[in-house]
Unconditional design. Structure first.
Length: 173
């Protein structure tokens, strides 16, 4: 019999979650679901600020040596963790929505893009070797060149050609 394989080396190791603490958090979630509604935490206005405040109140109560919440009889730290989990969940969901919206825009723009037909630019546009040669030629022949005085070399050459031509013809400007 061969050994089984499972390629999960890159996956989160869920067994690392501390079981007793996770159980206490689940108790707080159950208390909230029975008191309000299982999804009530999602329905609050200004959710991020409200859960930040609630988490801090529970942490401060814990720091003041109050182990259990008066209303639920459950751990202040478990309540604080629930608040932070709610904040994190909403943050991750909103980030996912933004990424999906960005991907949607990318897909739409890539689907609407169609390259111009060859006759529009000419066949040489689609020849990579010619394209490189054209670019090299443009760089070599059309880039401005300056001499030490700051004048364009091409302008100086033209001026020199004109002066030598005028000397030959006997006229000067």
């Amino acid at each position: 019999m061969t050994e089984g394989r499972k390629y999960d080396g890159e996956k989160p190791r869920m067994y690392l979650l501390p079981p007793k603490a996770t159980l206490e958090v689940a108790k707080v979630l159950t208390f909230g679901a029975e008191k309000y509604d299982p999804e009530n935490w999602r329905k609050l206005e200004d959710l991020q600020n409200r859960y930040s405040s609630a988490a801090l109140r529970h942490i401060f109560a814990h720091l003041d040596d109050s182990e259990l919440d008066e209303d639920s009889g459950l751990s202040h730290l478990a309540h604080a963790i629930c608040c932070l989990l709610f904040k994190l969940e909403i943050e991750l969901e909103e980030k996912g929505k933004k990424e999906r919206a960005r991907e949607s825009v990318k897909r739409e723009s890539s689907q609407s893009y169609k390259p111009a037909p060859a006759h529009f630019h000419g066949p040489e546009t689609y020849n990579e070797e010619a394209g490189v040669r054209d670019a090299e030629y443009s760089i070599q022949h059309y880039t401005p060149r300056y001499d030490n005085s700051g004048f364009f070399k091409s302008a100086r050459v033209r001026a020199e050609k004109k002066s030598t031509e005028s000397r030959k013809s006997g006229t000067s400007k």
